[in-house]
Design a protein around this ligand. Structure first.
Ligand SMILES: [Zn+2]
Length: 397
């Protein structure tokens, strides 16, 4: 029965619906397109275009969340990538199951592998922002945190070669009030989570999948957090998609609305030409935002300077030794020249001697004074002796 329904819906039937509840916060495209793997693939149940204007928040973990999911609906999200060893496996499994997901990329990761970032986009998955280098933005001051967000948006969009969805997720879900205000101005939605896979804690993929399923069964629906840098997620994603399908869960693919996050995939070639056009700006941004390597270069220069000076000192020492040797050898033709130099060098210590003699002169003056004093004392002593002699005489007399 189910197969026949799916066969009838091989061509995606798109039913545009107006949103219910939070008015105009999202529009829905019903896309019952699970036609892959002979109807065994979970596919995409529906695509939701989220209107993120007005500081919208998604995911129950940080409150005030937009409720766009129905019972048994899930959104797959992957953070921290892309990295070829894991992201490629995930892309392969998502393809195999005809599923779509959202990748919250870290800018440094996307910059390291722009081809993979483009691949994610060209496969029709949604790309969101997950900071520049995964700093805890909640611990940064407003200015630094906003700067990080701006840099991350620029870097990721350049790596991907086009605009990405206006979706932002804070690293560690650690929010920054200034960044929230900034994202609100930019029209970005802030994403938290409903179901945490805790995939970084697991080494066994089945255990990780069991964890996700038990959390989902408890909550009934939600945005699932996974990481496309975790091996266990790469090896377990196929199993998770199978379990979701068997458990009757439906995948919802979220997209941005407005000018960002275009519906039709952009060809890699055109994306690359866009990136090439933007290259001068990339260089400027890189030089402005990465001062650390410059400092390192300066340090290296300092080191080389020190090395040069030590080398020079060594050389001069060696020269002195050779002049001595040359002087000892009477047959040496440069002996006369060296003698002149010695005359000059001898004249220099002579100056020092003069200084010394001046000092001696001062000392001698004191000595003279002391000598005079000694003479006076001697005379006094003599007088004493004479005085004593006179007294003796008087006694005797
Ligand atoms: Zn993260």
């Amino acid at each position: 029965m189910r197969k026949s329904i799916l066969a009838a819906l091989k061509v995606c039937s798109i039913i545009a619906l107006t949103s219910v509840g939070s008015v105009s916060s999202y529009s829905v495209q019903e896309t019952h397109a699970a036609s892959c793997r002979g109807g065994q693939g979970i596919g995409v149940h529906r695509t939701v275009r989220l209107n993120t204007n007005g500081g919208k928040r998604y995911g129950t973990s940080h409150g005030g969340a937009q409720n766009f999911l129905k019972h048994k609906e899930v959104v797959l999200t992957f953070d921290d990538g892309p990295i070829s060893s894991v992201t490629n496996k995930i892309l392969h499994e998502l393809d195999r199951h005809c599923a779509k997901a959202t990748f919250f990329m870290v800018a440094t990761m996307a910059k390291n592998n722009p081809a993979l970032a483009k691949k994610v986009a060209n496969k029709g998955h949604t790309i969101g922002i997950h900071s520049y280098s995964h700093k805890n933005l909640g611990k940064l001051n407003g200015k630094s945190a906003i700067s990080d967000v701006n840099r991350s948006i620029n870097a990721i969009e350049r790596a991907v070669g086009r605009d990405v969805a206006p979706f932002f997720r804070f690293p560690y879900l650690s929010e920054n009030r200034s960044v929230n205000q900034h994202l609100n101005r930019l029209g970005y939605g802030v994403f938290a989570i409903d179901v945490d896979s805790l995939d970084y804690r697991f080494s066994n993929s089945t255990s990780m999948v069991n964890r996700v399923m038990s959390e989902l069964n408890r909550k009934g629906k939600g945005i699932i957090l996974l990481h496309d840098i975790q091996r266990v997620t790469g090896s377990g994603i196929g199993q998770l998609l199978d379990r979701l399908n068997k458990g009757g869960y439906k995948i919802v693919h979220i997209k941005g609305s407005g000018g960002k996050d275009p519906v039709a995939p952009v060809l890699v070639s055109s994306a690359e030409s866009k990136a090439k056009k933007a290259k001068p700006i990339v260089v400027a941004a890189n030089t402005a935002t990465q001062p650390k390597p410059k400092v390192k270069k300066v340090k290296v220069v300092k080191k080389t300077k020190v090395q040069r000076t030590t080398v020079k000192k060594k050389v001069t020492r060696k020269k002195k030794l050779t002049t001595k040797q040359a002087l000892q050898n009477r047959n040496n033709p440069i002996r006369a020249k060296l003698k002149k130099r010695i005359v000059i060098t001898q004249a220099q210590p002579a100056k020092k001697k003069r200084v010394k003699t001046q000092k001696v002169a001062k000392v001698t003056a004191q000595d003279v004074f002391k000598g005079n004093r000694a003479k006076v004392l001697k005379q006094f002593n003599k007088n004493k002796q004479a005085f004593r002699a006179a007294i003796k005489k008087r006694i005797i007399n």
